[in-house]
Design a protein around this ligand. Structure first.
Ligand code: NAP
Length: 322
């Protein structure tokens, strides 16, 4: 049975933090369940979709651009009544009465009975000399955003996962050549993506190799200092730019209280997507799981929104299944 609620303008039943595919899906389901729902997002909705050229593994769309899918998801999510508010969340705390207090950069906090964390993450950095100095001046973490600035250049891509292989092939449309530099001989990426990259005549591979320094002329990147791991030999590679795709760091630092997480900082959840903090759910790239696809993000978020809805309506029933 629904509880009678008297809610002020910043009080919601469900608050969702981050409007990527997981946040948008959670908003869709929470809105459709007629819960008073706010979706807090600092930037443009879409999350990692906005950094992805083409998606061809989202059922129902043989091929769709990331931004197109983001805009379709946003329109659909908000059609059921969830409110999207532009706000950068800075902290999430628990009040004594169990309400979640969501602090934002500019303005008063929001309050909710349940929170769904869908804030995604940040690209992992190499942490080598020159990386920070040349960020935006030849060092990039987004091929879709920056690829077109490198027409005719020889580019390097660092990484051996799905993102590196996929984005390296994307960059061949602009670059004269793309050298993929990976620290092992084996790839973490799906075999299909490796096969496509290997078949591309503009692709070249430097395996068992790490980048030790990004060197430039003070204005732009000019070359990479490399070390080959098996024999320890060093070499230089002249490039116009370097794209780094070595994984993701989840945005899991907002909670003021401890929530269980794995060694990489991803939240551990139960089958309802509830973290170890009652009433705090996690979905998408912030959650520990085998893979991080758009499909898994929307699946997680569906469960999280249904469980959050149930918790708002019947708190005892959800606590008992956790
Ligand atoms: P990832 O799968 O974690 O792969 C990261 C890659 O970077 C690994 O090859 C790793 O090497 C390498 N690496 C990590 N730290 C490094 C360092 N300090 N120096 C050099 N290399 C380093 O990350 P991702 O490719 O960003 O993918 C993240 C998630 O998104 C995955 O679950 C992936 O499946 C998913 N995704 C899917 C698609 C798709 O299906 N189309 C596209 C993009 C991303 P090691 O292998 O040696 O550890």
């Amino acid at each position: 049975m629904c509880r009678e609620l008297s809610l002020s303008s910043r009080e919601y039943e469900i608050a969702i933090v981050g409007a990527g595919p997981a946040g948008l899906t959670a908003a869709l389901y929470a809105g459709r369940a007629m819960k008073r729902t706010v979706l807090l997002e600092a930037g443009i909705p879409g999350g990692e979709l906005l950094n992805t050229e083409t998606i061809e593994d989202y059922p129902g769309f043989a091929s769709i651009t990331g931004p197109d899918l983001a805009s379709k998801m946003t329109e659909h999510a908000l059609s059921f009544g969830a409110e999207m508010v532009p706000a950068r969340v800075t902290a999430i705390g628990l009040d004594a009465d169990g309400r979640k207090r969501i602090e934002v950069e500019d303005g008063e906090p929001y309050f909710a009975q349940a929170v769904i964390l869908t804030a995604g993450g940040q690209p992992r950095k190499l942490g080598i000399p020159g990386e920070q100095e040349y960020a935006g001046r030849g060092v990039s973490y987004c091929a879709v955003c920056d690829g077109a600035f490198f027409k005719g250049d020889h580019l390097a891509v660092v990484g051996g996962g799905d993102a590196a292989l996929e984005e390296a092939v994307f960059l061949t449309r602009y670059a004269s050549k793309v050298t993929l530099i990976h620290r092992r001989f084996e790839f973490r990426a799906q075999p299909l993506l490796v096969q496509r990259a290997r078949a591309n005549p503009k692709m070249e591979f430097l395996l068992d190799t790490v980048v030790e320094e990004i060197v430039g002329d003070g204005q732009r990147v000019e070359r990479l200092s490399l070390r080959h791991l098996s024999d320890g030999a060093s070499s230089d590679l002249a490039v116009g730019g370097v794209f780094v795709f070595i994984g993701f760091l989840p945005n899991t630092g907002l909670l003021e209280v401890h929530a269980d997480h794995d060694a990489q900082g991803y939240y551990l959840t139960d089958q309802n997507m509830q973290t170890s903090v009652p009433g705090v759910f996690a979905a998408g790239d912030v959650r520990a799981q085998l893979t991080r696809q758009v499909t898994t993000a929307v699946g997680d978020a569906t469960t999280a929104a249904m469980a959050a809805t149930k918790l708002v309506e019947e708190p005892v029933a959800v606590a008992a299944t956790a």
